[in-house]
Design a protein around this ligand. Structure first.
Ligand SMILES: [Mn+2]
Length: 244
């Protein structure tokens, strides 16, 4: 059967709608969402509500952006290197203010990580691998296989799923373990498209296909003017490559 892996939607309902259309053609049995469905983009509420409609086939763990809405905004982000400014905090408040109570309740119940078994294959699901204290491991855009083995050593699985870096990456270790990051569905860090992945399990055979898709990016960019979040220029330029 086929399983979709999506991550880092970041409030981009335009990309999410397109993905859900594509997934209905793929006939996937589950949609595994690795967190950060909200934040940065303009339509966090719509994204949570849309995901909620797929609740019967959805496995969803929370990311650092869901954490900010549930537990509050940390003083420092990016491994302690960036102190949140007043402007950052206004942006984060704006994101939370635009979420309904129902959506906040929904994301508050999500686990930080989970493990599932599909067709006898064990899958560890997390926004980013964490240490014993549930703190994220070092941010690493291109982790090597030895690094991935180290990052995921506390988990026991056949497939390890993670997101957060917005960078699609799939590795197969010599021991036959898969380490998969489907990239970013909703931002355009590396091109004007979104990415997700499809895992196919057939007996003991596991295969992974990395997908990329175009969607109405102009609508997503124009929506920053319509919704007018406090840090709209920064969010649009940094995460949506508006100046490219
Ligand atoms: Mn993240």
């Amino acid at each position: 059967m086929k399983y979709a892996v999506i991550s880092d939607i970041h409030g981009n309902v335009f990309a999410l709608k397109k993905t859900l259309e594509l997934l209905s053609q793929e006939n996937v049995s589950k949609i595994i969402c690795l967190g950060d469905a909200i934040g940065i983009g303009t339509r966090s509420e719509e994204c949570v509500q849309l995901l909620k409609q797929y609740e019967d086939k959805l496995i969803y763990v929370r990311g650092n952006h869901e954490d900010r809405c549930i537990f509050g905004v940390p003083d420092y982000i990016h491994n302690g290197q960036h102190k949140m400014t007043e402007e950052d905090l206004r942006q984060e408040s704006w994101i939370k203010e635009h979420l309904s109570k129902e959506s906040i309740d929904f994301i508050s119940k999500l686990p930080q990580e989970t493990s599932i078994t599909l067709e006898g294959i064990k899958i560890a699901v997390t926004h980013y691998p964490s240490d014993e204290n549930m703190e994220y491991r070092e941010f690493n855009l291109f982790p090597s296989i030895p690094e991935l083995i180290e990052y995921f050593k506390k988990y026991d699985a056949d497939i390890y799923l993670y997101g957060h870096t917005h960078t699609p990456k799939a590795n197969l270790s010599q021991e036959g373990k898969w380490y998969i990051n489907p990239g970013t569905l909703g931002t355009t860090d590396f091109g004007d498209y979104g990415t997700y992945g499809i895992i196919t399990i057939d007996g003991q055979n596991i295969s992974y296909v990395q997908k990329a898709f175009y969607y109405d990016l102009k609508a997503a960019l124009d929506d920053f003017e319509i919704m007018n979040p406090p840090r709209k220029d920064h969010m649009r330029d940094k995460f949506f490559g508006y100046k490219r």
